[in-house]
Ligand binder design. Sequence first.
Ligand code: MTE
Ligand code: MO
Length: 526
Amino acid sequence: MRGVTIDGAVLARRAAAGLSGLIAGGAALAVAELAAVAVRPEAGPLVAVGGSAIDRTPGPVKDWAIRTFGEADKLVLQLGILVVLALFAVALGLLALRHRRAGAAGVLLFGLVGAAAALSRPDSSSWTDALPSLAGALAGALVLHLLAGRLHTVRANAPDTGAGWDRRGFLVAASAAALASAGAGALARAAAGSRGGDAVASRDAVTLPRPASRATPVPSGAALRVPGLQPFVTPTEDFYRVDTALVVPKVDASTWRLRIHGRGVRTPLSLTFQDLLRRELVERDITLTCVSNEVGGPYVGNARWIGVPLAGLLREAGVRPPSRGGRADQLVSRSVDGMTIGTPVEDVMDGRDALLAVGMNGRPLPFDHGFPVRMVVPGLYGYVSACKWIEDIELTAFDAYDAYWVKRDWAREAPVKTQSRIDTPKPFARPGAGTVMVAGVAWAQHRGVDTVEVRVDDGPWHRADLAAEHTTDTWRQWSWPWKAAPGSHTLTVRATDRTGRTQTGKRTRPSPDGASGWHSVVVTVE
Ligand SMILES: Nc1nc2c(c(=O)[nH]1)N[C@H]1C(S)=C(S)[C@@H](COP(=O)(O)O)O[C@H]1N2
Ligand SMILES: [Mo]
């Protein structure tokens, strides 16, 4: 009996040690996130470490994460960080049982990692960004030290069981620490939730002026009525979102400014949001595509943008395109969160509708999509053109500067590849025999889609019916009535653009300049 009691007590003490680690870790995080509310929300350890992890993630891993978790990738990353932190916290708790000082020192070490991550973020401009992690680490170390102390104290008049420790004292201290951290955490959450009030108010106050140049009306034949087909205009709430921001930047439009400067700029510009709204605005339908989109993937959407033509602004600044002797071939846009995106100056100034967009589908840009201003350039993947939350445009050379994704081995220049997708039937659908409508979208922005063909198994290619073309900058819907015979079949689609080039069947990964290959769907006809 006695042996069992001792083993039980030793085990309980170990469990208590692990629990102290967890409580100390929780206290550290809660205090750090609360301090971040005062310093800068992005300097909190979860966002700083998560952001650094994103910045350092190798391309293939990023591809895999996007493929596997889709737009939940950021949530999964933060949960992953929490799990790793929890494991280390338990380990430090156990360590503190043997070496009380070492446990606390371990917590401080984690604080230093968090502080370093916060300082290394591209949007960090002050040493104060280190404070939240340091404050959290101090709190965590203190809590661990106190709790570990309870695990060593034997009450003076307690019988020595061989594993004597102050259970009551521990429980009281642990509950107090856990309660206090939960309180701090809740406070931090509440404060984070009400963050960006000025930005929200500034967005609510925006009335988009009537564009001087309206979008040409969408031809009635541009939108097909086939169930399961993506709509011609993507509703804003369904529009894909791809960015590295763990906290969506909330920019106050009333204090926002855009600087245009650099090589070959005669008159540097500094523009307010009102300056942009006072200019002649244009309204254009443009299909945006992400380079990370897999063949058949969802990261493509078509919206109606309102914005200021970028070429006009550049001309006012005295910029000439390289073909007219201009000295800068790269336009680097920078966002408030430190993203950098490099776009060919030639493309921006060649007459296409490169925009500084302020509106999306008739409303001011949503925060997720870049409020107050973002770039949109027809024909180029988003990572080389579509800077959200933009605040700076620098004219430079491709030889002189590599933007964020180029540093991570993605291509410097990346025009959108001609692609087509089957929206219906869905993979593994079981349609009945007879006529089955096969339909989808095809895009070749700024070149235009000329033909779409569909093939069943290894049979001949059949021309699909193409919806009317709106502009070469928008995708085209297509459909093909298939006389489906029972059995398992593979449907494959390919498009040919107006340069006469047919989409290659050669499958490549998204990296470094966009996926290629044909989209196929396997269905069973019953
Ligand atoms: N500031 C910032 N802008 C950004 C990005 C980003 O990570 N940060 N991602 C780019 C990429 S890769 C794409 S595909 C588009 C996506 O725009 P959306 O999220 O509005 O669809 O934004 C671009 N602009
Ligand atoms: Mo992208």
